[in-house]
Design a protein around this ligand. Structure first.
Ligand code: SAM
Length: 218
């Protein structure tokens, strides 16, 4: 994800990934993220043939949800933090796509049981308290036949994660969590991808992401 000022996050939360901790973090600053969509999301989704319905999990201040809506997706965007969701709503209105996004802080399991499935299910750098495998297991039933699941987070060898033990805890290996998907029902791609960003003071920073992209057979 991209962070205000640095083009990427520099002050990750301190290992507490609870709703209260996220809410406190958002309340402590007028904006946490840059407002730009995550490039790995753009790279994966841009080439999909037709937009449909999308579930965006851990939407934060809404940059990815707004980008998806701008591409024609009808988006359900979920986050734990009411403050983040309020900012995301404002961003969507400013971008004139609010009518294409439903924002909610409903817990994932009941939401997915009642509102799904979606053609595209994405979750980028969500750092769920219960880990990457739980996230994949929870989101898999939300994907419609022929649909796509995209889960991206920090890889355990990400240099930034290595500096911050709490982020290392949130990191996951895409290939390992992909085991949660039944290969007779899914075509799975699990990769490690490197990208660089530039900090406000001009330094280049290397990131190593886990990218799980899986298509459910139609
Ligand atoms: C590091 S931020 C990433 C925000 C955004 N995806 C981005 O890349 O800029 C993680 C977000 O996930 C949300 N989150 C964490 N666990 C969640 C869960 N179980 N359900 C919904 N949102 C969650 C947090 O509130 C936070 O806004």
């Amino acid at each position: 994800m991209t962070e205000t000022h640095t083009h990427h996050h520099t002050d990750e939360p301190t290992g507490d990934f609870s709703r209260a901790a996220w809410e406190e973090r958002y309340q402590s600053r007028p904006a946490v993220w840059s407002g730009q969509p995550n490039q790995p999301l753009v790279d994966e989704v841009e080439h999909l043939s037709e937009p449909g319905t999308a579930l965006e999990v851990g939407c934060g201040e809404g940059a990815d949800a707004v980008w998806l809506a701008g591409q024609g997706w009808l988006v359900t965007a979920v986050d734990l933090s009411p403050t983040a969701l309020e900012r995301a709503r404002i961003r969507a209105e400013e971008a004139a796509v609010a009518h294409h996004i439903t924002f909610t802080d409903e817990p994932l399991e009941p939401l997915i049981a009642t509102a799904g499935p979606w053609n595209l299910v994405t979750s980028l750098y969500t750092h769920p308290e219960r880990g990457g495998r739980w996230l994949v297991e929870t989101l898999a039933p939300a994907v419609a036949p022929g649909g796509m699941l995209l889960v991206i987070g920090h890889h355990p060898t990400d240099p930034h994660a290595a500096e911050h033990p709490q982020l290392r805890d949130a990191a996951f290996d895409a290939a390992a969590v992909a085991d949660a998907l039944d290969r007779t029902a899914w075509e799975v791609s699990a990769t490690v991808r490197e990208r660089t960003t530039r900090t406000a003071d001009g330094h280049e920073r290397l990131w190593r992401d886990s990218v799980l992209a899986a298509r459910r057979h139609g």
